[in-house]
Design a protein around this ligand. Structure first.
Ligand SMILES: NC(=O)C1=CN([C@@H]2O[C@H](COP(=O)(O)OP(=O)(O)OC[C@H]3O[C@@H](n4cnc5c(N)ncnc54)[C@H](OP(=O)(O)O)[C@@H]3O)[C@@H](O)[C@H]2O)C=CC1
Ligand SMILES: Nc1nc(O)c(N)c(N[C@@H]2O[C@H](COP(=O)(O)O)[C@@H](O)[C@H]2O)n1
Length: 221
């Protein structure tokens, strides 16, 4: 399995505002790059915080890229995955439509009524007692044949994936906006590290529009 975290941060390092509303940090060229990365992936992963904030669809937008996937014998869109301990994903969320298979990674905490409501819309994976055990959940995804994984956020999930040692690569677009706010989400939120900080090796720097795409490989821990 190869896990790529892709996100867009403002010049001051925020993924969105303190209102946790979706903000277009990427410009047209970067959104096209993100679309190509989605098209090259077997699954696109987000945390339930992103589903509740953004109601994302997480499909490939370019029809030519979807057609190419079909010609290659793959589904038109990659699978979608939500990390959602207690099954808070609304049943009318865009991510649960018929455009792609969706996996909901739950923990044992998820109430039976939520499981029953969601089972009609998604494949349910249970891993972990309270929060989702990411190592076990990702192992189950791999058993389903999902090898090329793209994670789109948000900051809580990205921190936990670094903590679990699951990230192989980080692609961060830094855009030309200042968002500010001490409570605005950043790339890696959660508890934060105080020692054993994950370290990165810079692989590429590309200018895109008025921003910069930084590609790092994550060192083994
Ligand atoms: N600019 C960008 O590229 C992007 C920006 N965003 C922005 O980020 C914000 C949302 O991010 P955020 O609030 O951090 O939410 P996340 O999308 O990171 O989801 C976090 C939630 O996932 C659930 N979860 C379950 N298991 C785990 C685990 N092991 N580790 C971490 N989380 C777990 C938790 O909810 P529970 O306990 O209920 O399971 C947790 O609160 C929005 O404002 C959105 O717009 C999002 C993506 C990309
Ligand atoms: N790459 C990128 N740049 C930005 O500026 C963004 N705001 C995001 N957000 C992510 O994209 C998801 C929306 O996907 P759909 O268009 O609905 O398919 C959103 O939920 C964030 O994960 N990404």
């Amino acid at each position: 399995m190869h896990v790529v975290v892709n996100a867009a941060a403002s010049a001051d390092g925020k993924l969105s505002s303190r209102r946790r509303e979706q903000i277009a940090i990427s410009g047209e060229a970067d959104f096209e790059r993100v679309d190509r990365l989605r098209a090259a992936s077997d699954a696109v992963v987000v945390g339930v915080g992103t589903v509740l904030a953004d109601d994302p669809h997480l499909t490939v937008k370019d029809e030519a890229l979807r057609s190419q996937r079909c010609e290659d014998g793959r589904p038109a869109n990659p699978a979608r995955v939500v990390v959602d301990s207690s099954g808070r994903t609304p049943t009318d969320a865009a991510i649960l439509d018929d455009a792609a298979t969706t996996y909901l990674c739950l923990s044992e905490e998820a109430p039976v009524d939520r499981r029953m409501a969601l089972a009609d819309h998604a494949e349910l994976v249970t891993a972990g007692d309270e929060r989702v055990d990411l190592l076990r959940a990702f192992a189950t995804l791999q058993e389903q044949g999902l090898e090329r994984i793209m994670v789109e956020g948000g900051g809580e999930l990205i921190f936990s994936l670094f903590e679990a040692g699951l990230v192989d690569e980080l692609r961060l677009f830094v855009g030309s906006k200042i968002i500010g706010g001490r409570d605005a989400p950043t790339l890696a939120d959660g508890e934060g590290f105080v020692a054993d900080f994950p370290t990165l090796e810079l692989a590429d720097v590309d200018r895109i529009d008025d921003g910069v795409l930084l590609t790092w490989r994550v060192d083994e821990r």
